[in-house]
Design a protein around this ligand. Structure first.
Ligand SMILES: [Zn+2]
Length: 311
């Protein structure tokens, strides 16, 4: 689908498992001198990319550069094959270079089901990004690199200056979908970074259709509220749990002290349980058997003394 004069969007569908069906959007920038890609989709997506390019009278070897938003399999999957067939340059973030260049390491550190059917070939990067830098790909096509971490450590967005199109990868969570991030604070900060980029004609996410400036604004605001609500809820529940645990511990301590005090101070004529050593045994048995409620009953204590005497 054509988004703007030079930008096209391509949907790549794939199965994570038999039950989990997902998709990812990649973007192609058609220049005069070549084609530039934002992400590549999963392993095998090169076939769809080839077909799409041919529909527009272009071909796979015309791909000059690939800009990866991050290293997740649905973005990196076809990078190796595309590079092999076109000889293009591949760029990624410094933070995720080690995953892009060693997919086994990514799997080890971030295992997901059927990982190797989505991504099985590492790709050597031609270089990494510098936050804020401008990449002039050819006349009329300049991308500004924007570090937008949070979804992953090195998530990167790209602002296509001449057409005011911003490619955001997975940096804007979709309300109702699984929120995936490694840092809440970075995610929130990145949403602000994206929000501050102006002017924008089209927001181009990997997780959704292209959004107009109005819809993009709403989506970002929804994402902020969504992430903030998760964080607030986690903090609230955690605080409640700590408070409950403290109260429980205090109660437990008080009960314990009370039991010990009563036990030691009680003047009993019962034989056996007036002995301090026996009292301690009785107390401990009660604790372990969950029978504290019987502790003050002399008949019960006598029973336990019978056990002690029997030893
Ligand atoms: Zn991702």
């Amino acid at each position: 689908m054509k988004v703007s004069e030079h930008v096209h969007q391509l949907k790549i569908e794939f199965q994570v498992t038999e039950e989990i069906k997902r998709f990812v959007y990649i973007y192609l920038i058609f220049g005069k001198k070549g084609v530039y890609l934002i992400d590549t989709g999963v392993d095998g997506a090169e076939q769809l990319i080839r077909e799409y390019l041919e529909q527009y009278g272009r071909s796979l070897p015309m791909i000059k550069e690939i800009f990866l938003t991050h290293a997740h399999p649905d973005h990196l999957g076809a990078a190796y094959e595309l590079k092999k067939e076109s000889g293009c340059k591949v760029w990624g973030s410094k933070e995720e270079q080690k995953w892009m260049e060693d997919v086994n390491l990514e799997y080890k550190e971030r295992p997901i089901p059927n990982y190797y059917t989505l991504l099985n070939k590492s790709v050597k990067l031609d270089g990494t990004y510098v936050n804020g830098e401008f990449r002039k790909l050819e006349e009329g096509i300049t991308l500004q690199v924007l570090a937008t971490p949070g979804h992953s450590a090195g998530s990167t967005s790209f602002y296509f200056l001449e057409e005011q199109v911003i490619f955001v990868g997975d940096a804007i969570p979709i309300v109702g979908d699984i929120p995936i991030y490694t840092s809440f604070h970075d995610s929130m900060k990145s949403l602000r970074t994206i929000k501050n980029i102006k002017p924008v004609t089209w927001y181009c996410p990997a997780w959704g259709e292209v959004w107009s400036v109005e819809e993009g604004g709403i989506r970002i605001a929804q994402a902020e509220t969504f992430l903030q609500k998760i964080d607030d809820t986690v903090k609230k529940v955690r605080k409640e749990r700590i408070k409950e645990a403290r109260i429980e511990a205090r109660k437990e301590q008080e009960n314990q002290r009370e039991i010990e005090r009563q036990l030691v101070n009680e003047n009993t004529t019962e034989k056996g349980d007036n002995n301090i050593a026996n009292k301690k045994i009785i107390l401990e048995v009660c604790k372990r058997m969950n029978m504290e409620k019987f502790l003050m009953n002399p008949l019960f204590r006598r029973s336990l003394c019978a056990n002690i005497d029997n030893i």
